[in-house]
Design a protein around this ligand. Structure first.
Ligand code: ATP
Ligand code: MG
Length: 571
């Protein structure tokens, strides 16, 4: 990585240190562009889906930059589209922002400004700056022109102010059906910027709103509501992603015509990550079509999905901070996100032993009926995490992969005649196997060296392999869910003609292991705990768990491919 974040786990004080955004704000503060007003930002989600990791970047910028300058951040729901918006999303968004470690100054809704926005629309009509148009949606599209051709004026553009006022009030009063009329700003149908070609300000929608109920049957367009909402809240710096750059002239036009507080809009690049999609619309499609179990499916790039998968807010913040901001869109390797998460988990995760694909091992010379506790470090990276006692007995489970009756070259794990270490317990040597009718090994018989207790032999004998294990009589059973990338292509939108991103879904993104065997301490796992199952990966408890049926999610395997990618890139 070019530069490390310096962000400390546990501290929500994340800013994207000295980037062009903080440079602009610092300069505005120095020149008192907004007088003595404190830096005011906002995070403006539309409540039409769950937040994804792209939003985490915007959140870290909006909150982080305000923090850096001693300013404040509002959470504002841009709820101008009642047909797609729901209370469920409003709630989940608040939960996710808090989980990321941020809290807002004020909770605002664009819908709180509907009265004001309506008054301002009347003012624009009175000033001859807005008109009611009777063209159909299709006609409006045709009249708009293209990038290379100017648009042409609507035949309704020169209506009198009185007629416009009358019609707009009647639109509001519910006299006309959906889609029959719109209110448009009167700007310039020949503008090279299509957003300035008499954009629609209001449309008729006889739809119930999650907050205003049936009070309104006309709703402001996002582009009419957004800049004015910023202005009402005295937002000094309104950060948004690059696709809004072309809308800025329109926001400025409304602000100038209305003579209200001018917020400074600054655009930054959208976060994109390989092998996933950061678009609420497409994520909603995955949910609606039941391609995933819900918005919080652990394969989803949503904050709720990543949380359920075991990702931590500290790692999310460190990742978006290091990924940085720029003025051009790029794409970040998913391995980088995983690298930050592994790094964080390596420090915080308690070690535990879990055998995902159990093979029974019988230690013939260990007294039947005897059991003992061996001491195991909870986290070798953090001695303060202490130790725990793990039961050991005559019959244990090891991974099927850790035994080969006929070992291939360089196979150092258990095989007949070979001695290995059972972590923190004893050296064992395999002698014979028991097989089922199909010839599969069902049991391995070993002997142990009692002098090697703790995992070392007093005569200094070396073994080449250390394996995890669980005591068969003491182990608990659990379902394990192993996740892989949700899409099988780096760019899920890269499809042949006639196909869609859905065709790029990875059919093997979820593998369920029904009956893994875990050390008994894991019966006490809580949702917020993070574990490293030794030699297997990072895991956390899934909310589907019940006391009788534990479910663990694999957050990530241990192997870090980002380190390799970096090395290849020579950084
Ligand atoms: P989507 O395309 O996923 O629906 P959106 O931009 O429509 O996203 P909003 O709810 O409007 O979603 O987003 C709220 C804020 O988050 C906006 O300021 C937007 O610029 C920002 N944002 C959304 N997606 C990203 C992203 N991938 N990277 C950075 N910022 C983003
Ligand atoms: Mg949007």
């Amino acid at each position: 990585m070019a530069d490390s974040t310096g962000s400390t786990p546990g501290s929500p004080n994340t800013s994207l240190h000295s980037n062009f955004l903080s440079d602009i704000i610092a300069e505005d503060v120095r020149t008192k562009k907004f007088g003595d007003a404190v830096v005011q930002t906002r995070f403006p989600p539309e409540p039409n889906g769950y937040l994804h990791i792209g939003h985490a970047k915007a959140i870290c910028l909006d909150f982080g930059l305000a923090d850096e300058f001693g300013g404040k951040t509002n959470l504002r729901f841009d709820d101008t589209n009642p047909e797609k918006e729901e209370q469920e999303y409003v709630d989940s968004i608040q939960k996710d922002i808090r989980w990321l470690g941020f809290d807002w100054e004020r909770l605002c809704f664009a819908s709180d400004y509907f009265d004001q926005l309506y008054e301002w629309a009347l003012k624009l009509i009175r000033d001859g700056k807005a008109y009611v148009d009777d063209l159909t949606a299709d006609e409006i599209r045709q009249y708009r022109g293209t990038l290379t051709e100017p648009g042409k004026n609507s035949p309704w553009r020169e209506r009198s102010i009185e007629e416009n006022l009358d019609l707009f009030v009647r639109m509001k009063n519910g006299e006309f059906p959906d889609g029959t009329r719109v209110l448009r700003a009167k700007i310039d149908m020949a503008s090279p910027n299509i957003n300035m070609r008499d954009p629609i300000m209001y449309r008729i929608l006889h739809a119930s709103h999650h907050r205003t109920g049936d009070k309104w049957c006309i709703y402001p367009m996002y582009d009419y509501a957004h800049g004015q909402s910023d202005s009402i809240e005295n937002v000094t710096h309104s950060m948004c992603s690059l696709e809004f750059a072309d809308h800025q002239p329109l926001y400025k036009w409304f602000i100038a015509e209305l003579g209200i507080f001018p917020s400074q809009q600054i655009e930054f690049d959208r976060l994109s990550i390989t092998y996933t999609l950061l678009s609420k619309r497409k994520l909603l499609q995955l949910v609606d079509e039941k391609r995933v179990s819900g918005w919080d499916d652990p394969r989803m790039p949503t904050l709720s999905g990543l949380r359920r998968r075991g990702f931590t807010p500290e790692a999310m913040r460190a990742f978006v901070t290091t990924a940085g901001v720029s003025r051009t869109n790029g794409i970040v390797d998913i391995e980088m996100l995983e690298h930050f998460q592994r790094d964080d988990l390596n420090h915080r995760a308690s070690r535990a032993m879990a055998v995902l694909h159990p093979l029974k091992v019988v230690i013939d010379n260990y007294p039947a009926g005897q059991e003992e506790m061996v001491e195991v470090a909870n986290n070798p990276e953090d001695p303060s995490a202490g130790t725990r006692q793990v039961p050991f007995s005559r019959e244990i489970y090891i991974e099927q992969d850790d035994f080969r009756e006929v070992p291939p070259p360089k196979y150092y794990r258990l095989s007949p005649g070979k001695e290995v270490r059972l972590r923190n317990a004893y050296f064992v040597t395999a002698h014979s196997v028991v097989k089922d009718a199909e010839g599969n090994v069902t049991e391995v018989h070993c002997t142990y060296d009692p002098a090697s207790r703790g995992g070392n032999s007093p005569d200094g004998r070396k073994v080449k392999s250390t394996m995890h294990w669980v005591s068969a009589a003491h182990a608990i059973s659990a379902e394990i869910r192993i996740y892989d990338k949700i899409f099988s292509k780096p760019d899920p939108q890269d499809v042949e003609e006639g196909k869609t991103f859905l065709d790029n879904l990875n059919p093997n993104s979820l593998e369920v292991i029904a009956d893994a065997r875990l050390e008994p301490s894991l019966a006490k796992a809580r949702l917020e705990d993070r574990f490293q199952f030794e030699r297997v990966g990072y895991f956390c408890l899934d909310p589907d768990s019940t006391p009788d049926h534990l479910v663990f999610n694999r957050t990530l395997p241990l192997k870090d491919s980002w380190a390799k990618i970096e090395k290849k890139a020579g950084t």
